[in-house]
Design a protein. Structure first.
Ligand SMILES: Cc1ncc(COP(=O)(O)O)c(C=O)c1O
Length: 290
């Protein structure tokens, strides 16, 4: 069965799907995207993802492509037509098709919306089978990383550097200050040398991860303490545990960074607990609430 994509009002086989070469997403990276995890037929943290989409679009002066209820129907329809129960849904909204000119089209054109989905295996039950290595890498991105822009060149280069080093993720840091920001496509967390669970606070320097937000809400409900104080590469080197979160990665332990063991090189108790907590969150279907 060929994959079905949604492109500007039409569902069609992915091989036949195309966008105009003057689409501003293609020409300028003038667009926003979202990735949502479909788990057993239900979108995980759907409201958080749609909120972030709307916010990112607003920051670049674009409207939602359609009312939220209609958009949700398109997303479900893409999953249904592809017969995907467990997968990753990708949606991209761009400023549409116009003669190439950096400034916005004088007469606004309809935004473009593309939605695709692909099957992935369901989240793992065993955290031990979900571990990775990472590298550290300078953060070369622009100043508005809170906007989920389709401009991903620095993220692409950092991920490629990780792959070439035999690792799965690049942990980004500010070269001027030595402070850690986040992963190339993930939120990043440590348990520091003093045992404090930490992830960087939100501002324009990192993307507000939906998985991060959902996990923090669950931690608060459970009374699990954490700190949002930024941390340095040096503190990272002394961390007892490290893990990342994202719609794709769930809660994923990092056992080695730049070839060195994190802590004792095993999945730590805090990571294990949060993996279980987030598993419960996903299974309870709480993802669709705020
Ligand atoms: C730079 C960056 N940070 C964090 C995340 C994690 O966000 P989420 O949990 O919403 O997938 C992503 C996901 O794509 C990302 O690209």
């Amino acid at each position: 069965m060929s994959k079905i994509a949604y492109v500007n009002g039409t569902y069609l086989p992915q091989g036949q799907a195309s966008v105009n070469i003057e689409d501003r997403g293609y020409q300028f990276g003038d667009g926003i995207y979202e990735v949502v995890h479909l788990y057993r037929g239900r979108f995980v943290d759907e409201a958080r993802h749609l909120d972030r989409l709307e916010r990112s679009l607003g920051e670049i002066h674009l409207p939602m492509p359609m009312p939220r209820a209609a958009l949700r129907m398109v997303l479900m329809e893409v999953a249904r037509r592809n017969r995907v129960q467990d997968g990753l849904l990708y949606m991209q909204v761009t400023r549409g098709v116009a003669r190439r000119d950096h400034a916005f089209p004088r007469v606004p054109v309809p935004v473009s919306l593309v939605v695709t989905i692909r099957h992935i295996p369901p989240y793992p039950k065993d955290v031990e089978r979900w571990t990775i290595s990472a590298i550290t890498h300078p953060d070369l991105r622009w100043a508005r990383r809170d906007i989920k822009s389709v401009n991903l060149l620095p993220n692409v280069l950092a991920r490629q550097a990780a792959r070439e080093a035999g690792a799965a993720e690049a942990i980004l840091y500010d070269e001027a200050t030595g402070m850690v920001t986040e992963g190339a496509a993930t939120s990043f967390w440590i348990v520091d040398a003093a045992g404090v669970l930490r992830t960087r606070h939100l501002d324009q320097v990192i993307l507000p991860g939906c998985t991060r937000g959902a996990l923090i809400a669950e931690m608060e409900a459970e009374g699990i303490p954490h700190s949002l104080a930024p941390f340095s590469l040096e503190e990272l080197r002394g961390a007892r545990e490290a893990f990342l979160t994202s719609a794709t990665s769930f809660v994923k332990p990092i056992l080695r960074i730049d070839g060195q063991d994190v802590g004792d090189g095993k999945v730590g108790p805090v990571t294990r607990r949060l993996f279980d907590l987030f598993s419960r969150h996903v299974h309870a279907g709480l993802g669709n609430s705020q």
